[in-house]
Design a protein around this ligand. Structure first.
Ligand code: ADP
Length: 249
């Protein structure tokens, strides 16, 4: 179980997150959706302990970062928005380095790295190239492999489909559907409605610093509207006047 209680974060005088509360039980995939700038990455960075909230509590199965940071991080896999992979290392070297940090046995680490690379990379030779030469999608894939190497119970993914080709994205969907077991939680931020809806069990819509909707996919589903229409109804986009672009059109 992953729980956020009254999480608030301000930057200068702007409150980006205002008393956010939600609970994701084991076996659930929570999809966080919202506009650019809504605060999704800020929330994910708080969950991953990359930044601290101004107030509020994050707890993972009853553990908090203040008291049990290591215990939480042993069970946590994170693909952040800005992948921290080391550009001077090859993908293979980087994954071995991450395996060392998780204190994996050498043989076991090699076995895991090999199978992850074979699943996520079309050309396994790419794993022997320096990360600094990788495309956006390849960097995402190496970040995903790194997040998964220690078989985390909690998986937090910020825009995992961004930059992936359709074949790789379909593989990732299939993988995440299989990875979600009764003991695990996935927290997913994605603008890709099509992919996200194949995985999510629950949805949270972030707008104006608060969660405007939190609930199960069934609660959100409407017989009258598509998922996209229902999300747009909550986000209520302002009408943009295309005539403004007449000079261009
Ligand atoms: P999203 O991921 O939903 O696009 P972000 O969490 O990246 O949104 O950003 C939410 C808001 O917080 C934006 O207005 C952004 O400009 C602001 N913001 C994010 N990080 C910082 C920072 N380090 N300093 C000041 N403002 C920030």
């Amino acid at each position: 179980m992953l729980e956020l209680s009254s999480v608030t974060k301000r930057y200068a005088h702007k409150t980006v997150l205002h008393t956010i509360s939600c609970r994701i039980d084991a076996g659930q995939c929570f999809w966080l959706v919202g506009r650019n700038g809504a605060g999704k990455t800020t929330l994910i960075n708080i969950l991953a302990d990359l930044i601290a909230p101004d107030s509020g509590v994050v707890n993972f199965g009853g553990l908090r970062y203040e008291d049990d940071e290591l215990a939480i991080k042993r069970n946590l896999g994170v693909l952040p928005d800005k992948n921290p992979a080391i550009p001077q290392l090859t993908g293979w070297e980087y994954l071995q380095f991450v395996g060392l940090l998780h204190e994996l046995q050498t043989d076991e680490c090699l076995r895991r790295v090999k199978s992850l690379v074979e699943y996520f990379f079309d050309e396994t030779d790419d794993a022997y190239k320096r990360i600094g030469t990788y495309s956006h999608g390849m960097t995402k894939k190496i970040g995903l492999c790194a997040a998964l190497l220690h078989r985390p119970q909690y998986l937090i993914l910020d825009e995992p489909f961004a930059g992936l080709d359709p074949v790789s994205a379909a593989k990732l969907v299939r993988f995440l559907q299989s990875y979600l077991s009764p003991e695990r939680c996935i927290f997913l931020s994605s603008h890709d409605l099509g992919y996200a809806q194949k995985i999510m069990t629950h949805i949270g819509i972030l707008e104006g610093g608060t969660l405007q909707f939190v609930g199960s996919a069934e609660e959100f589903a409407s017989s009258k509207h598509t998922l996209e229409e229902s999300i747009l109804q909550i986000l209520q986009p302002q009408e943009s006047n295309i005539q403004e672009l007449n000079w261009l059109l």
